[in-house]
Design a protein around this ligand. Structure first.
Ligand code: SIN
Ligand code: MN
Length: 279
């Protein structure tokens, strides 16, 4: 899949592109069916919500789950990002965020690149976030909210929030958010399972808690230009990957057919991936 000049201009202006129903129901089925099995596992890659057993985020499933290993090599997602960065990509981070019915907690306002710079020493914001909806996202179940154009401001001042949720995040203060929203407004793309959002790593985003009876499970792939790989290994490898091997795409039907893919963490997470390599 190639982005048109119009899409490239829109991405540059707004910082995101939305593709409703990019994947069919049939393509999504193996991914959706795999989630309960992944979330039931007691492994460090499952981070649970504060005071609840509900999974907030599952990391690195592309290394131990066949359908997600195939998704991680999907040309409909990888090719446009290669086009934007003009080089091959590696997987910096891979997560399946639960935001489960009633229990799903907030994600405070932040930029992903803030964390990648502060924690991982990623040199430039040359990594793209791709979100794929595993179920319908509607106005009730905590859709992702973006401030269009906020990516143009580069890295904003942020504080390390270790208390609000079960997951540490570099968050942006309310006064800054108020100013950014006066300038750019807020959008919250909604759509059926199989929809995809591509968004700039400096785009300011957040989501509210999920008080609805509808789960909102999204996959997030963070695809980084290989030459822009992280320089510090302070976070465990299952959160910030250290394998910079370029992604080789599978054919476009890879979610419909069973392709052979490596699953190096199938029998458990290697000891070395659980710990920082350096402070
Ligand atoms: C994120 O920003 O990494 C997650 C946001 C969400 O899942 O709503
Ligand atoms: Mn984020």
């Amino acid at each position: 899949m190639k982005l048109t000049p119009e899409q490239l201009a829109r991405f540059d202006r707004d910082g995101y592109l939305f593709f409703p129903s990019l994947f069919s129901e049939e393509e999504m089925r193996p991914l959706i069916e795999e989630v309960p099995r992944l979330y039931a596992q007691h492994r460090p890659e499952n981070v649970r919500e504060k005071g609840s057993d509900a999974v907030r985020t599952n990391f690195a499933a592309h290394l131990y789950s066949n359908p997600y290993a195939r998704l991680a090599r999907h040309p409909r997602m990888v090719e446009p990002v290669e086009q934007l960065f003009g080089e091959k990509l590696y997987m910096h981070q891979f997560k399946i965020n639960g935001k489960m019915a009633f229990d799903g907690d907030v994600w405070q306002w932040h930029q992903d690149y803030g964390t990648w710079l502060n924690d991982d020493q990623m040199p430039e914001p040359r990594a793209m976030n791709v979100a794929i909806f595993l179920n319908e996202v509607n106005e009730f179940n905590g859709p992702l909210m973006f401030i269009p154009g906020s990516h143009k401001l580069g890295v904003l001042d942020a504080q390390h929030d270790l208390a609000t949720t079960s997951y540490p995040l570099w968050t942006i203060n309310n006064d800054t958010i108020r100013r950014l929203v006066e300038r750019g407004g807020i959008v919250a793309p909604k759509g059926p399972a199989g929809s995809l959002i591509m968004f700039h790593s400096c785009l300011v985003h957040a989501s509210t808690s999920n008080l609805s009876p509808f789960d909102r499970v999204n996959v997030y792939l963070s695809l980084c230009a290989v030459s822009n790989h992280i320089r510090r290994f302070k976070r465990p490898e299952y959160i910030a990957h250290r394998d910079f091997t370029p992604i080789e795409c599978l054919p476009d039907d890879c979610l419909l057919k069973d392709y052979d893919v490596p699953l190096p963490w199938k029998d458990g997470t290697p000891e070395t991936a659980l710990k920082p390599l350096a402070a």
